[in-house]
Write a new protein. Sequence first.
Length: 458
Amino acid sequence: MVDNQLWGGRFENPLNPNAFALGQSIYLDIRLLPFDIAQSRAYLQALGDANLVPRDLCIKIAETLNEIEREYFEGTLVIEDTDEDVHGLIERILVQRIGAEATTIRMGRSRNDQVATDLKLLLRNAAGDIQVNLTTLIRIIAQRSEDLVNVYATSYTHTQRAQPIVFSQELLKHGFALSRNVDRFTDWHKRHNTLPLGAGASAGNSLPINFEALAGALNFDSLAFNSLDATSSRDFVSEFLFICAQISIDVSRISEEIILWSTREFGFVTLPDEFSTGSSLMPQKRNPDFAELARGKTGRMIGNLVNILTLLKALPFGYNRDLQEDKFPVFDAIDTLNLVLPVISGMVRDISFNRETIEQSVNHGHILATDIAEWLVSQGIAFKEAHDIAGQLVVLAESLSLDVSELTFEQFKSVSKVFEPEIIEVMKVRRSIDNRTSPGAASPQMVKEQIARLRNLS
């Protein structure tokens, strides 16, 4: 039997080495150490305030906890092969440096409520870091959008040219999508900022501890409402991973557009050298590898969410060891986002927008056909008939190898006698864009409002 295990008194035979290896999690959950130290300090203070641990012992334990934390950050903390998990490691060191009396810090606590508390502390900290990276990207999007307010472009539906816009709109859509994830983390925090510590193994804690003060010391808004729920629920993990997956999906859509826009076929952007790679064979290549990698990592991010949902499906209440598997998908999601987001921010910040090429997109694709239908409606024509007339004009233009905006007044008249000479003015991209003044629309006026709103959100 390993001496520093936190259990084992009722067993006669030692644990099988392979079974110990299967259960050992120290090399993964060592990442929880700063958070386990933080909650241990707070819990030690609560025990001392309740006169459950002598003051001199409290001081010794607190000083040793500080030493362990310092060694962790300095990289000098020694993990032994017999350490099962982060909780056992900390207790082993406390006993080695203070003696068996140091184990009094465990009274009333179980690894069940400890690990749930550690994980909430870690995720709360990680959410803040991801929000900072998200906010940076949103601010960059707002800034680059401001540079493109006067660049006319076409929007797309089904990857086909649709209606004229200013190109800022293409960037702003990503900014607003990303901003909702900032809000999601805020909502997540409100919903899950409850303290599991005190739930014990399953039934709660019988010690005369001021748990409200303990929650306050750890910056939790309230105590957990049910001890079994507190130790065995991980919806705070699955919801966190959903937000991470959604961020990755949103980033993959930015990446996809950067990849498309940088092709010779689009030519809308030129990638900076700092965020491009070449080919080991073809000397001419400028590849959008990092946008592709960001897009590719989305599959893993979605997989992390599916991983935890599958883990939790039909899991009995009360702690089950299955929950040891909740950490890898969380750590991977955090590390991936904190790697990807700064790269995408740098790419959007430094990318060159080829304004002339972007503006050429408004000359093709009959993108003013909707404006024809809308003008006809203003003349009292029912929309179905107006839609049909505009469609006939598109057919005529294509038969002449023209864009619908290039038709003469006489050609308009040949399709419908309703047309007046002013239809030629309707066929102006600037007029079309300026008329789009509904909230969130594509006119420069409304786009400037969107930029201001996005800046406020970030």
